[in-house]
Write a protein that binds this ligand. Structure first.
Ligand code: NA7
Length: 535
C-alpha cells in the first residue's frame, strides 16, 4: 500500500451544494479536521459543470439556497426569481469564501477509490494521481445527477461539428447564428432549446417523449417581497421544512374532484399564471401525483394550452405527451411559443429516430439529413447509483458498493448503508425527494448529530443494521407506490438509461416526513445505527 500522506477526521468527496455544507458542518460546527476533494476546477458541483445556455434553477432563488447562512442572505442581491447558472455559482463561491472553506478544498482532484481498513478503522482514500489519505469519516457528496448519459449514435467521428452534453458544456461554446440540434426535452433540454431559439440560426429539437411544460412565472422578485422575506426569514424556513417538496409554495391537500369543474379550471389557470411545474403538480390539488383521474384533469388543461399556443396543429400534436404527468415537473417560460418561430423545428424521434451522424449533421430513419453545427445531448444522467460507478468504494470484507447494491440500491435514511462504517452519502439512494438544499441540510444536520454522539461515546465506528436498511427500503417502496411516479420511465426511478431497471431511488414521504423520521430516531437512541467502540 502507498504511504498515507495525511490523516483527517473526515474527507468529503465533491464541492457542490452537499459537499460545501458537509465541510461547513463538520469543520466549522463540529470542529473536525476535514479535507474536501473536488474533481472540477472550481466549487459548485452541478452548477460548475452545467454551463449550457439557459441553465438556471427552476426553484425560486429564495429557497434554492442554504438556510443556515443568514449572513450572506442579508447582503445578497437576489432579484432573479430563478437564479441562472452564473448566479448560483457565484452564490456558492461566496459561501466558501465567506466561511473560509476554500483552504480546505482541493480542486482538480478525482477520488478514485476509498477502501475501509477494518483494523485501523479508517478509510484509505486514493486520488487519481496516486495520492493517499486516511480519514475516520467519509462523506460522499458526488451528486444525484453527475454521471452523464450519452446515447450511442453510429458514426460520431464523421461529424465535423461540435458534439456536447449539457452536463459538461464547454465555456467558450456559444450558439449564436449556428445550426443547433438538441436531443432531449427534459428540464435541461427545454432550457437549452429556449435559449438556443433566441440566438441560433436554426434549432432542431429531437424529442423522444413529449413532456408537460408549465410556465415558470415572473422573472423578477419585487422589493417588497424581498423585504418581507428577509424580515420573516426564520419563520419562512420553518414553514418550508414542514412541507413535502419544500419549494416554498403552499402545498394543496384539496382533492381534485372535491371542487366543481369551473373551480378546478380556475385553480389550474391561476397556477399556470403564477408558475412552476412543481407548484402546478403539488400546489393545485393534493392528488395530481397520486390519482390517475386527477392527473388526467391536469394533463387535459396543459394539452388545451398547447393547442391554444402552437399554431401548427401537426407540431402541437407532437408536443402533446402520451403519458401521465408523473416525471419531474418542468417549468419554463414561453416554451410552446417557440415552436411558432421560423427558426425552430421539431422532430419526433418516436416517429423517426436518429440513425447516424453524417459529416454535416444527423440522419433520421425517414432518410432526412438535418444539417447542424452543434449537436447537444440533453439526454440526462444516471441517477445516484451512476454517480458511484467511477469511484471504487469498499467496506467491510472488501465488499464493493456496486456489489452491495447489485439487487437494489439501498440505504438507511438515505445516507448510510450496512457494512460501510462511517460512510455517509449526501444524498444516497432512498433519500428524500424534495428541493435539494433543504434536503441536504436535513441530512447533514443529522449526520452531524450521529458523529457527535459517536465521539461523545468514544465509538470509533458508526454502522447500520441490515434490518434497519431493509425496513427503510420497504418504507420507500411503499411510499413510492402511493404515487404515480413509478408508472412512467424517468431518472427519478433510474429507468431513463438503457438496460437500467426501475427502482425506488427516493423517499417520497416529503421533507416534513423525513425530518420527523430523523427526529423520532433521535428520541430512540438512533435505532438502526450502531455506535461501536471496538471493545
Ligand atoms: P432528463 O429529465 O432525464 O431528460 C433527458 C431527456 O433526454 C428526455 O427527454 C429523454 O427522453 C431524452 N433522451 C434520453 N435518452 C435519449 C435517447 N437515447 N434518444 C433520444 N432522447 C433521449 O434529464 P435532464 O438533464 O433534462 O434533467 C435532469 C434533472 O436535472 C432535472 O430534472 C433537474 O432536476 C436537473 P425520454 O423522456 O426518456 O423519452
Amino acid at each position: 500500500m502507498s504511504t498515507i500522506q495525511q490523516r483527517f477526521d473526515a474527507i468529503v468527496i465533491g464541492a457542490g451544494f452537499a459537499g460545501i455544507y458537509a465541510l461547513y458542518k463538520l469543520h466549522r460546527e463540529l470542529g473536525l479536521s476535514v479535507r474536501c476533494f473536488e474533481k472540477g476546477g472550481g466549487v459548485g458541483g452541478t452548477w460548475f459543470w452545467n454551463r449550457y445556455p439557459g441553465a438556471r434553477t427552476d426553484t425560486e432563488t429564495r429557497v434554492y439556497r442554504y438556510s443556515f447562512d443568514k449572513e450572506i442572505y442579508d447582503g445578497w442581491d437576489w432579484r432573479s426569481r430563478f437564479a441562472n447558472q452564473p448566479e448560483v455559482l457565484a452564490y456558492l463561491r461566496s459561501i466558501t469564501k465567506h466561511y473560509e472553506l476554500d483552504e480546505h478544498i482541493t480542486l482538480n482532484t478525482f477520488i478514485k477509490s476509498a477502501v475501509y481498513d477494518e483494523g485501523a478503522r479508517e478509510w484509505i482514500v486514493t486520488t487519481s494521481n496516486g495520492d493517499v489519505y486516511a480519514c475516520t469519516y467519509l462523506v460522499s457528496a458526488i451528486g444525484v445527477l453527475s454521471k452523464l448519459h450519452i446515447p450511442d449514435i453510429p458514426h460520431r467521428d464523421k461529424f465535423r461539428g461540435a458534439v456536447v452534453h449539457t452536463g459538461t458544456w464547454p465555456e467558450a461554446l456559444t450558439l449564436d447564428d449556428k445550426r443547433v440540434g438538441v436531443i432531449g426535452t427534459g428540464s435541461t433540454g427545454v432550457q437549452l432549446i429556449s435559449a438556443a431559439a433566441k440566438a441560433a440560426h436554426h434549432v432542431t429539437v429531437f424529442q423522444r417523449s413529449a413532456q408537460y411544460c408549465v410556465p415558470a412565472g415572473d422573472d423578477l422578485v419585487g422589493e417588497q417581497e424581498i423585504a418581507d422575506y428577509r424580515e420573516n426569514f426564520d419563520k419562512v424556513w420553518d414553514g418550508i421544512r414542514d412541507t413535502r417538496v419544500a419549494c416554498g409554495f403552499p402545498e394543496s391537500i384539496v382533492p381534485t374532484f372535491s371542487v366543481s369543474a369551473e373551480e378546478r379550471e380556475k385553480v389550474f389557470e391561476d397556477n399556470w399564471k403564477i408558475g412552476t411545474g412543481f407548484r402546478f403538480m403539488f400546489g393545485t390539488f393534493g392528488d395530481i401525483a397520486s390519482n390517475e383521474d386527477a392527473n388526467k384533469e391536469a394533463t387535459n388543461f396543459i394539452e388545451k394550452k398547447i393547442h391554444e399556443i402552437v399554431t401548427d396543429p401537426e407540431t402541437a400534436r407532437k408536443l402533446i405527451p402520451d403519458q401521465l404527468y408523473a416525471k419531474r415537473p418542468i417549468s419554463i417560460n414561453g416554451y410552446y411559443e417557440i415552436y411558432n418561430q421560423a427558426n425552430v423545428s421539431l422532430v419526433s424521434l418516436k416517429e423517426t429516430d436518429i440513425v447516424e451522424f453524417t459529416e454535416d449533421g444527423v440522419r433520421t430513419a425517414d432518410g432526412q439529413e438535418h444539417q447542424l453545427d452543434v449537436l447537444a445531448f440533453a439526454t440526462g444522467f444516471e441517477t445516484i447509483v451512476g454517480s458511484f460507478k467511477d469511484v471504487e468504494i469498499r467496506g467491510l470484507d472488501g465488499v464493493e458498493l456496486q456489489q452491495h447494491w447489485k439487487d437494489e440500491a439501498t440505504s438507511y435514511m438515505g445516507v448510510a448503508t450496512a457494512n460501510f462504517p462511517n460512510f455517509f452519502m449526501v444524498p444516497g439512494p432512498k433519500s428524500v425527494f424534495c428541493n435539494i438544499p433543504p434536503g441536504i441540510e436535513a441530512q447533514l444536520d443529522w449526520i452531524g448529530e450521529l458523529i457527535r454522539k459517536a465521539r461523545s461515546e468514544a465509538a470509533t465506528a458508526i454502522l447500520v443494521t441490515p434490518d434497519a436498511e431493509r425496513d427503510w427500503t420497504q418504507l420507500c417502496d411503499t411510499y413510492a407506490a402511493y404515487t404515480l411516479l413509478p408508472k412512467v420511465k424517468s431518472w427519478i426511478f433510474g429507468a431513463n438509461v438503457p438496460g437500467a431497471k426501475s427502482q425506488t431511488l427516493f423517499y417520497f414521504g416529503g421533507l416534513n416526513g423525513y425530518r420527523q423520521a430523523w427526529s423520532d430516531l433521535s428520541q430512540n437512541s438512533f435505532k438502526g445505527f450502531v455506535f461501536d467502540s471496538g471493545k
